[in-house]
Design a protein around this ligand. Structure first.
Ligand code: SAM
Length: 244
């Protein structure tokens, strides 16, 4: 998978993506990440990439020329996404779609944003990581790169986890997880998880995933068409053992 990132803080993205799972994916050839410094395509001595907005107003706007020049020189994989609060919301489904592709590219804004001709004539789509305003697209780029790369076959040690975790195959939130010790302070791990009864453990897990999704993300259950009769029975069976 090749991912190109266009930014004025290439080091920031490169450093984040050099650690942990991303660092490993890069060193074992799963991820070919190329960070392009937009300032390399600025034409003045100060390597300026921004200017004041036409029509007046606060802040500065990124000029189109270095961005067009950088993208045209790199010939990055498409789609090229502009990162911005006005874009389509990035989610796990899109992460899965991108993970199944050969690559894509991300353009990070700074200041008050980017000259709109870039949006109209250079990028394919705008992507947002949520209804918040960041100071730049680099954190959004790192978030997207991490969410996509961990889904690449071989990136994670346990290849089952992207299926069973939140927003995976079930479409629900994941059930609560526990590890040793079996008793911590006065809090015990649920007895069912230590019972060795794998069919009952699977039913408990599904019931907990349903409980948590109904409580915190009822929209997920709705998107699945609501509860089935089996789900209702499971919720009743484990009603007294629902976790927050
Ligand atoms: C300060 S923001 C610009 C905000 C813009 N003036 C507005 O009001 O929509 C600077 C840059 O941060 C990035 N950014 C900010 N919020 C973002 C979000 N929610 N998702 C993705 N990128 C974001 C974009 O690349 C943007 O060009």
């Amino acid at each position: 998978m090749r991912i190109d990132v266009f930014t004025i803080f290439a080091g920031l993205v490169d450093t984040f993506c050099s650690e942990s799972l991303l660092g490993k994916a890069r060193s074992n050839g799963l991820l070919d990440l190329r960070c392009h410094d937009l300032r390399e395509h600025a034409t003045d001595a100060h390597r300026t990439v921004d200017d004041s907005p036409f029509g007046g107003g606060a802040g500065m706007v990124m000029r189109p020329e270095p961005i067009f020049a950088s993208v045209e020189a790199a010939k990055p994989p498409r789609p090229l996404f502009l990162l911005g609060p006005g874009g389509r919301r990035f989610d796990q489904r899109l992460a899965q779609e991108l993970a199944a592709s050969d690559g894509f590219s991300l353009l990070c804004g700074r200041y008050e944003g980017i000259d709109h001709r870039v949006r109209e004539h250079l990028v394919d789509e705008e992507l947002s990581i949520g209804d918040v305003v960041l100071s730049g697209g680099e954190v959004a780029a790192c978030l997207i790169i991490e969410a996509v790369t961990r889904l690449l076959p071989g990136a994670m040690g346990n290849s089952v986890s992207p299926v069973t975790e939140s927003f995976g195959a079930s479409g629900l939130l994941e059930e609560p997880q526990f590890t040793r010790p079996a008793t911590f302070r006065e809090w015990d791990v649920p007895a069912v998880l230590r019972s060795g009864d794998h069919a009952r453990i699977a039913r408990w897990r599904r019931a907990q995933a349903l409980h948590r999704s109904l409580r915190y993300r009822p929209d997920l259950v709705e998107a699945l068409g609501g509860l089935s009769d089996d789900d209702r029975r499971l919720l009743e069976e484990f009603a007294s053992a629902a976790y927050p």
